[in-house]
Write a protein that binds this ligand. Structure first.
Ligand code: ZN
Length: 441
């Protein structure tokens, strides 16, 4: 319970510190964000020079902004970057001039269907200046007035794109990817929640005695993932699957977007992590986040996403309504728990095969078969305080003896037999010690 309270305090602190930062696909906002996260878990910072070709793309000039506003003829600020960074079109060109209402309105972005909210808009590759505002505020503007517009932004050809990398080493060969995106400005669920969950997951994994390796990437969406992949063209030789961590702290329903394979180890690990918990199942579609890059034909890494109020699916998505009131730190920790469970399942996912595959073992010959009339509860995984009944143990022995044919992993057996993978893992280890099962992968 103490660790839950500590995690909760850390999540709340990170939300408060990181929410106001103006992030984009390049620039100091991403660096500042990674620097704060580096205090939680050390991050290797990578910089890729502007103008570098990355597959079919090119790293754009680095964008930074100091200020931006619109004043009416009375000198009153009717839009102010300093009150909400969503007011500026992300990657806006600089501007400083007087304009008519007509000219101003051709540079304004509103959302009439959500009239109180400021929309989040970007123009990374099309040179534009612009402001975003609520539709209701737009309606209140005087059409005969003259306005002064000011955006103090700059583009640096000699700058770079920044992404963070954390490598967590296990004892084995297998490696999984955990990726999140760092380019969104002040929106809490999309995707500050993903960034915070990722760093807490990294902190947790660093303390675990792991079998698998984990590569954690914190990069701007699309261009950042492409830039990382262009430097790691053989990534799919090492990495067999992964997760994109996004929109994990809403107060609404859990969801899971499947990998493009639909039945990969990643999908199985999540299915088992949810157990009886209710969640929305989203089939794979070639939209969404960086699965578009990681799962593209040249890589084909299956990646899935556990979500809580998934992107696209909530009214406040990509608006000023996705603020600190929209999310809950407790909800983030519930999502973190599911990710931890999914990774636990991957850690326990061993392929066993029978040493002698012919007919049943005469289990009574070995000291692992619970004797009739013996003790009802036999502690197995004592460090986790799990206990297993005789019936459960017999069930495990029967299913493991039947399905350990070289084709079924412990996750497969857990799904088929509806037995907790932790119990299967413990009984399988015991069978291995009697030379009844052997690991083969
Ligand atoms: Zn988004």
């Amino acid at each position: 319970m103490i660790s839950f309270e500590k995690d909760l305090a850390l999540v709340e602190e990170l939300f408060e510190m990181l929410f106001p930062i103006n992030r984009s696909i390049t620039g100091n906002g991403v660096r500042e964000t990674l620097k704060i996260l580096d205090d939680v878990v050390p991050i290797k910072i990578n910089e890729i020079e502007c103008g570098t070709n990355v597959f079919d793309w090119k790293i754009p000039d680095e964008w930074n902004i100091n200020d931006g506003w619109v004043k009416n003829s009375k000198g009153e600020k009717i839009i102010d970057f300093k009150t909400n960074n969503l007011h500026i079109l992300n990657y806006s060109q600089p501007v400083f001039k007087k304009v008519t209402f007509k000219e101003l309105s051709s540079h304004l972005f509103t959302l009439p269907s959500k009239p109180d909210l400021i929309p989040y808009r970007t123009s990374y590759y099309d040179k534009k200046w612009g402001f975003c505002m609520s539709y209701n505020n737009f309606l209140s503007l005087n059409k005969d007035d003259i306005y002064e517009v000011f955006i103090d932004s700059n583009f640096n050809k000699n700058g770079s794109l920044t992404y963070g990398e954390i490598d967590i080493k296990g004892k084995g060969e297998k490696e999984y990817l955990i990726s999140t995106y760092t380019c969104h400005p002040s929106m809490a669920n999309d995707n500050l929640s993903g960034i915070i969950l990722t760093i807490l997951l990294a902190k947790h994994l660093k303390k675990c005695n792991l079998k698998n390796n984990y590569k954690i990437i914190l990069a701007p969406e699309t261009i950042g993932a492409i830039a990382f992949l262009s430097r790691n063209k053989d990534l799919n030789k090492k990495i067999t699957g992964g997760f994109i961590i996004t929109t994990v702290a809403g107060k609404g329903e859990f969801g899971y977007k499947k990998t493009f394979l639909g039945d990969s180890d990643i999908d199985k690990s999540v299915l088992l992590a949810f157990g009886d918990k209710k969640y929305i199942k989203y089939p794979f579609a070639p939209n969404g986040s960086d699965e578009r890059q990681y799962s593209s034909p040249g890589f084909r890494i299956p990646v899935g996403s556990i979500t809580k109020d998934k992107y696209y699916e909530y009214d406040e998505y990509h608006t000023s309504g996705d603020n600190l009131d929209f999310i809950s730190s407790k909800c983030l920790l519930e999502s973190l728990q599911l990710y931890k469970k999914a990774i636990d399942n991957l850690e326990r996912n061993i392929y066993y095969t029978r040493v002698n595959p012919y007919c049943e073992y005469q289990l009574g010959k070995y000291d692992l078969y619970p004797k009739l009339g013996g003790s009802i509860y036999q502690p197995l995984a004592t460090k986790n305080k799990k206990v297993i009944s005789s019936d459960q143990k017999i069930n495990c022995l029967e299913w493991l003896s039947f399905l350990c044919d070289g084709k079924n992993s412990l996750m497969d057996i857990s799904i088929r037999a509806k037995i907790d993978i932790e119990l299967l893992h413990e009984v399988a280890k015991e069978m291995e010690s009697f030379n009844l099962l052997k690991k083969y992968k």
